[in-house]
Write a protein that binds this ligand. Structure first.
Ligand SMILES: [Ca+2]
Ligand SMILES: [Ca+2]
Ligand SMILES: [Ca+2]
Length: 321
């Protein structure tokens, strides 16, 4: 140490005598001298500052600002020990990751054990040395809707590790989610207000429309009555696509299935006309003469749609003697 350094050291000692008096109450930890270095200032007197030598864990999250719903986005959780002092030893830490408005599909990194339950994942066991950090990739499954989701991460959520700062342990990333293009199959149906049982044919006309903004396939339609009669499901089929219809004998002529022969494009419609002769008024399930016929598109629920609640339409008719 030369004379210049000695003079500085003496000056620091004078300041230190004053500073020591207020250290416990007035000086924040971050402003205290770092005693845990090779050449500490005289204030340290060979004793390490118990606060400065602590670790300081932080967490940040990065992810895409925008995404299309229904898919998966990849975020990254980064946890660090930003302590630079030699006395802060490497620690095994835990991170809690929460997806607000979405679910976590995967979270894994070498050296970490992650458990996932719905929208929450907990990763633990990773070791962070001084100045060290680790990245944990997290796959987030987005809802098929226009919404906003937030992925949050908190390191040492249980407060197990005493740190220089306990207020910088969380981070988050927000992704604006846009609803994906989806089809929306709908039906309307017309039918007779009354029809004579056993002797006359009624005509039920089903119109299937794709009111969504993506093609729909398959386009399967079920026509179902509360009676058994003589059903002809192949009378007229027209529109943007054709249908192959069958009347399964095991259902006593109570039902017809029609299978679309192509995808139904957005805005397109197709029509199925079913002709049937109902039975005598007493031969229905329910009140005498009260016919209930329901058409439902995508009755097997194989098409994901923007609206699943507009797929059925019902016609009520009176069966006359
Ligand atoms: Ca911290
Ligand atoms: Ca629909
Ligand atoms: Ca559907």
């Amino acid at each position: 140490m030369n004379h210049h350094a000695t003079r500085i050291g003496a000056a620091l000692s004078a300041v230190a005598l004053v500073a020591v008096g207020v250290l416990a109450t007035a000086v924040p930890a971050s402003a205290r001298p770092n005693c845990n270095v090779d050449d500490p200032p005289p204030i340290c007197g060979g004793v390490l500052d118990p606060v400065v030598k602590l670790p300081d864990l932080t967490a940040t999250v990065t992810g895409p600002a925008t995404a299309t719903g229904g898919g998966t986005v990849n975020d990254t959780v980064r946890v660090s020990n930003i302590s630079s002092t030699l006395g802060a030893t490497a620690r095994a830490v835990s991170v809690r990751i929460t997806a607000g408005g979405a679910t976590i599909a995967a979270a894994a990194a070498t050296g970490w054990i992650c458990s996932i339950a719905g929208s929450t994942a907990t990763c633990s066991g990773g070791t962070l040395a001084n100045g060290g950090s680790a990245s944990i990739p997290v796959a987030v499954r987005l809802p098929a809707a226009t919404t906003s989701i937030t992925l949050s991460a908190t390191v040492d959520p249980g407060g197990v590790i005493v740190e220089r700062s306990e207020t910088n342990n969380s981070g988050f990333a927000r992704t604006a989610v846009t609803a994906p293009p989806l089809p929306d199959l709908r039906t309307t149906m017309t039918g007779p207000s009354s029809v004579r049982g056993l002797y006359a044919a009624g005509v039920w006309t089903i119109t299937v429309t794709n009111a969504g903004n993506a093609p729909a396939s398959p386009v399967d339609v079920r026509w179902l009555t509360n009676w058994g009669g003589d059903v002809n499901a192949n009378a007229v089929i027209s529109g943007a696509i054709g249908f192959t219809c069958t009347v399964p004998p095991e259902y006593m002529q109570q039902m017809a299935y029609c299978y679309g022969t192509a995808a139904l494009q957005p805005g397109a419609s197709a029509t199925i006309v079913i002709t049937a002769v109902p039975p005598a008024p007493t031969n229905v399930y329910g009140s005498t003469g009260a016919s209930t016929v329901t058409a439902m598109v995508d009755y097997r629920q194989s098409v994901t749609e923007s609206n699943e609640n507009n797929n059925a339409s019902t016609v009520y008719s009176t069966i006359l003697p």
